[in-house]
Ligand binder design. Structure first.
Ligand SMILES: [Fe+2]
Length: 186
C-alpha cells in the first residue's frame, strides 16, 4: 500500500509506503554518522524492496535518480545505473554518506585526500559507509541494470566534480548546505 505521510519535520516520496520508512528517519537527529547512514541504506534496501521497485526507473538518455526522503539531518536517494552510466569524479562537500546496492553491480574508483586511487566492485546487498573527505567515481558495470540506495548527512550539500581523481585536493573543505537553485544532485 502506498501512502504519503506529510510532517513538518520530514518529507517522503509519495510513491513509497511511508510508514516503515518514517520509523527509520529519526527527524530529531541533526547529524548522522557514517555508521548510522550505513544502517539506514542497508535497512531500506533489505526491508522495502517492493516500495523501491514502485519508484525505480531506468533512463537510457541519462543517469536517473529520485529523492526518497529528506529531514533536517539526512537525505535518502534511489539511483539507477544502466551498464556504463557513471558519475563524474566527485566528492560530497564534506558530507558523510552511505550506499547499498539493491540490484546489479557497481564499480567504484575512490580516493581519500592525499591517498592513492583505489578500485572496488559492489554487488547487490553490499553497503559502503564513508565519512567526509572521500571522493569517488561510480559506474554501472552491467550486464544487468543496477540500482542503489544512498544517504548523506548533512543533507543537500552540493557535490564537487573533478576532471580526474588525481585532481582531488589534499583537503576537502566542508561546503554549506544546499540553497534552492544551486543545482544539487546525488
Ligand atoms: Fe558520490
Amino acid at each position: 500500500m502506498t501512502q504519503s505521510i506529510t510532517r513538518p519535520d520530514f518529507e517522503i516520496h509519495p510513491r513509497l509506503d511511508a510508514r516503515p520508512l518514517a520509523g527509520l528517519l529519526h527527524p530529531e537527529r541533526p547529524l548522522w554518522t557514517a555508521g548510522e547512514l550505513t544502517a539506514l541504506t542497508s535497512t531500506v534496501a533489505a526491508e522495502l524492496p517492493g516500495s523501491l521497485r514502485e519508484v525505480l526507473r531506468f533512463d537510457p538518455a541519462q543517469r536517473w535518480w529520485a529523492r526518497l526522503a529528506l529531514t533536517e539531518g539526512v537525505e535518502l536517494w534511489l539511483l539507477s545505473w544502466l551498464p556504463g552510466q557513471h558519475t563524474r569524479p566527485h566528492d560530497h562537500g564534506g558530507a558523510s554518506g552511505s550506499f547499498t546496492v539493491v540490484q546489479g553491480r557497481l564499480s567504484e574508483e575512490y580516493r581519500y585526500p592525499a591517498g592513492p586511487i583505489r578500485g572496488r566492485t559492489h554487488s547487490a546487498g553490499d553497503t559502503l559507509g564513508f565519512g567526509a573527505g572521500r571522493a569517488h567515481q561510480v559506474t554501472g558495470m552491467g550486464p544487468e541494470p543496477a540500482a542503489s540506495v544512498h544517504a548523506y548527512s548533512p543533507p543537500l550539500v552540493p557535490t564537487r566534480e573533478y576532471e580526474t581523481l588525481h585532481d582531488v585536493p589534499d583537503e576537502i573543505p566542508t561546503l554549506a548546505h544546499f540553497r534552492p537553485g544551486a543545482g544539487h544532485r546525488p
